[in-house]
Design a protein around this ligand. Structure first.
Ligand code: NOJ
Length: 564
């Protein structure tokens, strides 16, 4: 069966857009964003070219981790609206060609979740075994505290029952025990519930932690965690054939690739997509150095995803820009280039910043990053506000710096809310990146704005099936500042060139299989570049410039089914 490039595999050329309902649009004037407000903003997403919205947690919460500490998996936080408002949004989005996925946060619950309240009420309670307990914190237990500024251990003593419970994240987020079949059933039920209400899948939070069972007494006898993930995927497939699991797995490449599941099967049977944390970090190193090599090496190292799966690429997300997979010197280079002040850094491993302020508002460098996002193989995932070049507010606490209200207009409150500043979930950005200078309304009128450029990038990406569906290859170039990669299908190929350096260059590369004399067309300007003998292509690039060059294989070419 060769029905490989159909919309059944919609995630392969999707444009995913992550947002938090709480900070997107307040429709009631109470200072908190809500589903009704988000629904009013659907046209912005449609015009941008978004095909899938990823909702950050919108469930009832104690707000100890910005919604990632859930007290009820089957409801909508009343501050954000009702289940009815949620359904109206999903329905409206679907009507406009946009699917909706949401965070599935089941590594842990809030410590105020009724399950944990019951679990800690006595050692024999019904839900005791839904969490992970130990008499003394095991010496060989899980290592690595995720939030070292606040937590010193992943075990917390529960005075009432005189045992310790495991919490990978904050102590207010006790880890669920996924080795318990009752917990597994409940997780499936949660997935079934939301898919029934129209979700097209989930962004799965903290996947390796969710599956981990080391630290538990009987870890050796517990079922294989990857089998469990495959079970979950199979369940999801039975409930909703086109639903996806987009997983947060920040591990070295070979370990991350295991989460796609069975490598021999073309489909992969675990996560549909894994975020490319390594590629993202190396991209920043390349940008800091003005050298293509770090990113080129990552792309060459990166294992191929199974045919129907995909990597997910991103420039920024809602967390700190983690640089944990760089070595100390490399991380220091990125810190020096993009976040030299201590206040910009978090946990010694990342930056609580958005890209435009990191590069002092240099549009060329910002665009370079987004051109990479849409040409590097993988599903591009945007974080709200990136389309207009929003900055961060370092006055906000920790990771909240990048979770400020969406900037719709130049008004006070950025058009996000009419409520007083003190009632907003996070402070609005101030200064050069604040709403007066950076807002969606003004940019929508201006054909040269960052928003207009982002729309164009998305349009071209959607028009170029090679980028989403093709096989890719990183090519050698004669300039260390330039990354060249080609994505090819039998019908054609796109050669992408990116100049990380601050000087103009004429870059030369050889495209395998390309015949001399063939014309390559610039997808933005329509200009052409002629290939020389042996498939040599030379193209001019501005400082931090980029080009997308399409190579078409004529229909009567006898080599049509080979490379390009
Ligand atoms: C990863 C999420 O991205 C982060 O924001 C959250 O704090 C942790 N998981 C815990 O849920």
């Amino acid at each position: 069966m060769r029905l490989t490039r159909t919309s059944d595999l919609w995630w392969k050329n999707a444009v995913v857009y992550c947002l938090d309902v709480e900070t997107y649009q307040d429709s009631s004037g109470d200072g908190t964003g809500d589903f009704a407000g988000l629904t009013q903003r659907i046209d912005h997403l449609v015009r941008l070219g978004v095909t899938c919205v990823w909702l950050m947690p919108f469930y009832p919460t104690r707000e100890r981790d910005d919604g990632y500490d859930i007290t009820d998996f089957y409801a909508v936080d009343p501050r954000l609206g009702t289940l009815g408002d949620f359904t109206e949004f999903v329905r409206t989005a679907r009507d406009r060609g946009i699917r909706v996925i949401a965070d599935l946060v089941v590594n842990h619950t809030s410590d105020h979740h009724p399950w944990f309240q019951d679990a800690r009420s006595s050692r024999t309670s019904e839900h005791r075994d839904w969490y992970v307990w130990a008499d003394t914190p095991p010496e060989d237990g899980p290592e690595g505290v995720v939030f070292p500024d606040v937590e010193k251990s992943v075990w917390e003593y529960d005075e009432g029952t005189e045992q310790y419970y495991l919490h990978r994240f904050y102590k207010q987020q006790p880890d669920l025990n996924v080795a318990n079949p009752a917990v597994r059933d409940e997780i499936a039920r949660i997935m079934g519930f939301w898919t029934q209400l129209g979700l097209s899948g989930f962004r799965v939070d903290a996947v390796p932690f969710l599956l981990e069972t080391d630290g538990q007494d009987d870890a050796d006898q517990l079922p294989d965690p990857h089998e469990y993930l495959a079970d979950l995927r199979a369940f999801l497939g039975r409930r909703s054939g086109d639903a996806v699991l987009l997983g947060e797995v920040n591990l070295p490449y070979p370990e991350t690739a295991r989460f796609f599941g069975d490598q021999d099967s073309s489909r992969g049977d675990e996560l549909t997509m894994c975020f490319d944390f390594i590629g993202m970090q190396r991209m920043y190193l390349s940008m800091a150095r003005g050298e293509a090599a770090p990113l080129a090496a990552a792309l060459r190292e990166r294992p191929a995803a199974p045919r129907d799966a995909h990597w997910a690429t991103f420039v920024r997300n809602h967390d700190e820009l983690t640089l944990d997979k760089l070595d100390d010197d490399e991380r220091a280079e990125v810190f020096a280039a993009f976040g030299p002040d201590k206040d910009m850094q978090l946990y010694d491993r990342g930056l609580r910043r958005r890209l435009p302020p990191m590069v002092e508002g240099d549009r060329r460098r910002v665009e370079l990053a987004y051109s990479l996002l849409f040409t590097l193989p993988g599903t591009p995932v945007l974080f709200y506000g990136e389309e207009i070049g929003m900055g961060e507010n370092l006055a906000a606490e920790g990771r909240q710096a990048v979770r400020t209200p969406m900037q719709w207009t130049a008004d006070k409150g950025g058009g996000f809310s009419t409520a007083d500043a003190g009632r907003l979930p996070n402070p609005v950005v101030e200064g050069a990146f604040g709403p007066r200078r950076v807002n969606a309304h003004d940019q929508a009128q201006d054909p040269d704005s960052p928003l207009s450029r982002m729309r164009t990038l998305i349009e071209r990406y959607r028009e170029a099936p090679e980028l989403a569906w093709g096989d890719y290859e990183v090519l050698d170039t004669d300039d260390s500042g330039v990354l060249a990669h080609v994505s090819s299908l039998p019908e054609g190929a796109v050669l992408a060139l990116h100049n990380f350096s601050d000087g103009p260059v004429t870059a030369t590369t050889t495209v395998p299989g390309l015949k001399g004399g063939r014309l390559l067309t610039d997808l933005f300007t329509g200009d052409t570049v002629k290939a020389a003998a042996g498939g040599k292509v030379s193209a001019d690039l501005a400082p931090y410039g980029y080009r997308w060059l399409r190579v078409n294989t004529p229909l009567d070419d006898p080599d049509r089914t080979t490379a390009v």
